[in-house]
Ligand binder design. Structure first.
Ligand code: PLP
Length: 402
């Protein structure tokens, strides 16, 4: 028997693939087929009964998609995973699988805007209620749990402020109440943070971000620690039809193989950039889990094996300064998203969070001059040079010519 690779990079590179199962192919083939022939009526019956693992129909399962699911489940130390069409499909599938009418959930804030919108706008329609607590306030999280609370949902580091949630405290609170803890692990990714190993029950990702890493696919995945959760999640994904297609899975598999190298390099760049930004006169403050100035620096060191590559910082000069900076960057791309090989920048107050009421923005820490910088894998000197140029424009109060 072959020995299983133990190192995380080896798992990322070989996960989900046994060439012997695919005529020796070293890249998982794209099984571009909607349906699969049964060799006999008996075998067809066995597959439907779940007694034989063979494929039936792509919405229910596809070998290319299953290879990706196996790879990510292993990285996150789960019992299995369900790949979804988008990251939001992962969020909605997990919540729909675990909640029913009359249930209550506790969610931290800030979180990815549409995740909050899903609860506020849609789950409330079906009689689900929610309490939102600040990421850093573990006591409030525990206190918000009521008898009808059926799930705790956290995102750490949180979008876009890079605040952290204390995973150990959240696990203790959820376990104390006998309810599952769901973690959106998109920002850190499975190299730097593995919530299931820390006691969470379900972890999900927008694979659009670092897992795929090349800004060319939207995709999501939900990983469970327990088979009963996995089954409930798979049933919802299959029934609501938000599963992944094989071509999409192949692209993510292609991207994920280099995850280790990309994360390492982007993080190294981010550390240097965060230190540099902290010294810049146009920058009021920097929030990055790798800097001792992050209020949860010690927590980051405890629950993450690295600070990641997303930096939040506040410009002196508020909204206008943000606008000028966005219009002044050249190589750094003005676009939402993160975790790709290219550096991306955005200004939450005028873009992603413009629709959030001013009071709510304040509550969630979305300050007027807040900038989110998702650091990529370019040469750090070029990123710094571009930032220098854009911050000079901010200091001068006008966008310099692009
Ligand atoms: C992008 C993102 C999502 C949603 O993912 P999509 O692939 O865009 O649907 C969810 N959570 C976080 C933290 C994200 O950054």
């Amino acid at each position: 028997m072959k020995t299983e690779p133990k190192g995380r990079n080896s798992k990322i590179i070989h996960g989900g693939l046994d060439p012997a199962e695919h005529k020796g192919a070293v890249s998982v083939p794209i099984y571009q087929s909607s349906t699969f022939a049964f060799p006999s009526a008996e075998e067809g019956a066995a597959r439907f009964a779940g007694e034989s693992p063979g494929p039936i129909y792509t919405r229910l399962g596809n070998p290319t998609v299953q290879a990706l699911e196996a790879c990510v489940a292993e990285l996150e130390s789960g019992c299995g995973a369900v790949a979804t069409a988008t990251g939001m499909a992962a969020v909605s599938t997990a919540l729909l699988a675990l909640l029913r009418q009359g249930d209550h959930l506790v969610m931290t804030h800030p979180v990815y805007g549409p995740s909050r919108g899903l609860v506020d706008k849609y789950l409330t329609r079906f009689g689900v209620t929610a309490t939102y607590v600040a990421s850093a306030d573990s006591a409030a999280l525990k206190a918000a749990i009521r008898p009808e609370t059926r799930l705790v949902y956290i995102e750490t580091p949180a979008n876009p402020t890079v605040d952290l949630v204390d995973m150990e405290a959240a696990v203790a609170a959820a376990r104390g109440a006998g309810i599952p803890l769901v973690v959106d692990n998109t920002f850190a990714g499975p190299i730097l943070q593995r919530p299931l190993e820390q006691g969470a029950d379900i972890v999900l990702h927008s694979m659009t971000k670092s897992l795929n890493g090349h800004a060319d696919v939207v995709a999501g995945i939900v990983v469970a620690r327990k088979p009963e959760h996995l089954k409930a999640i798979r049933d919802v994904a299959v029934t609501f039809g938000c599963t992944m297609d094989p071509h999409q899975a192949w692209l993510v598999l292609r991207g994920i193989r280099t995850l280790g190298m990309r994360v390492e390099r982007a993080q190294r760049n981010a550390m240097a950039i965060a230190e540099w930004l902290e010294k810049h006169e146009t920058v009021a403050w920097v929030r990055y889990p790798g800097l001792p100035s992050h209020p949860q620096y010690a927590l980051a060191a405890k629950q993450m094996s690295g600070p990641g590559s997303v930096i939040a910082f506040e410009l002196h000069g508020g909204v206008e300064a943000g606008r000028v900076m966005m219009n002044s960057v050249q190589m750094i791309t003005l676009a939402v998203s993160l975790g790709g090989v290219e550096s991306l920048i955005e200004h939450p107050a005028s873009m992603t969070h413009k629709g959030v009421a001013a009071e709510e923005q304040k509550l969630q820490g979305i300050t007027p001059g807040l900038v989110r910088l998702a650091v990529g894998c370019e040469d750090v000197e070029d990123i710094l040079g571009d930032l220098e140029h854009a911050l000079a424009a901010v200091a001068a109060g006008a966008a310099v010519a692009r």
